[in-house]
Design a binder for this molecule. Sequence first.
Ligand SMILES: *Cc1c(COP(=O)(O)O)cnc(C)c1O
Length: 411
Amino acid sequence: MMSNEFKNSLISRENLIKIGNKYGTPLYIYDSLTIKNQYLKLQKAFSEIKHLKIYYACKANTNLNILKFLQKLGSGLDTVSIQEVELGLMAGFHPREIIFTPNCVSIHEINKAVDLGVRINIDNLSILEQFGNDKPYYPVGIRINPHIMAGNNYKISVGHVDSKFGISYYQIPHLKRILKNTGLKIDGFHMHTGSDISDIETFIKGAKVIFKIAIDFPNIDYIDFGSGFKVPYTKNDKKTDLNSLSFSLIKQFEDFCKIYGKKVTLILEPGKFLVSESGYFLVHVNVIKHTTSNVFAGVDSGFNHLIRPMYYEAYHSIENLSNPNGCRRFYTVVGYICESDTFGFNRKIAEIREGDILCIKNAGAYCFSMSSNYNSRYRPSEVMIFKEKDFLIRKRETMKDLLRNVIEIPI
Ligand SMILES: *Cc1c(COP(=O)(O)O)cnc(C)c1O
């Protein structure tokens, strides 16, 4: 069930509380060592591939310091908006180390990416044709939707048929016509499942579709297999088995390169895998409320700060840092937002008292980056543990931030 152990001494219970008291709650804390270890783990699993490049999918966590840290580790950056591209450039990534893989953005936004010199993956034929007419000299990658419905496997969909992402595998003849008509060249292919790859067979089936397509295109430099690497949210939770994934993928990939006659670059784009487990979200317990059916622990946060449990029904472990040896009892941990706002339902947690500090785990990916000012609350501060010290890497907001772009008219 729940993991009670913190992974290293820098993020021991005591240290987290100390940092929580120093900066106040609600507070995001990221451990840079965890990020580094995840990066190295992935690199090691694919070390047989000479031309490997990992591009951090930064929508998971866009704090500039996290971006810089990954840049120093040797990572590239996967971006989905022109603003993320700009953040990446500010963080020190070379334009060619940035991949822009947007969905449903305007041709103007894609043109801006050309001006900035980054790699681009295009995922629909309409934009591809406009782009080819306008800039046939700027090779792009193509995001493919391989429509793998995984035959007899219940765990389906590597880019399913109803997905808005990618250019359909069945549209390749039209893709080829557009390239011929415009003179545009393709330098890579991309797929991204979006789902947790615990089913490696399905992933490989998708990869095979990409190989089958790519073989017909003579000038490609890379194949980008996207991401979807699953991390454990609890002690016994499943995770992507990197070794069996790399074992199968490397074999297929090398066979492809042999037939293709050239060693192309293998690209991976993990977001969650690199940063999820590095993050700890600390909240303060405002109230313990007994109702007719439940005991609620109400905290100084809500889905304005961490929306995954409410939005995706994601399970995040919750621990009571202030009373680790307390008798374990059942609580429903909720936020202060005036709407249903449950972080964890009916959880067994060491006895919670008003004033305790709780820690919500796996808070490094898609947590701060999805936060908002709903209920006119300030977004929390962020701290990074780097070289064994804690650094404030984002200030808590103030009323000034809430009013920054408001224009008052005489009423
Ligand atoms: C979101 C995204 C990723 C990262 O997905 P994770 O599940 O966080 O690893 C990779 N590539 C693209 C194109 C994405 O949109």
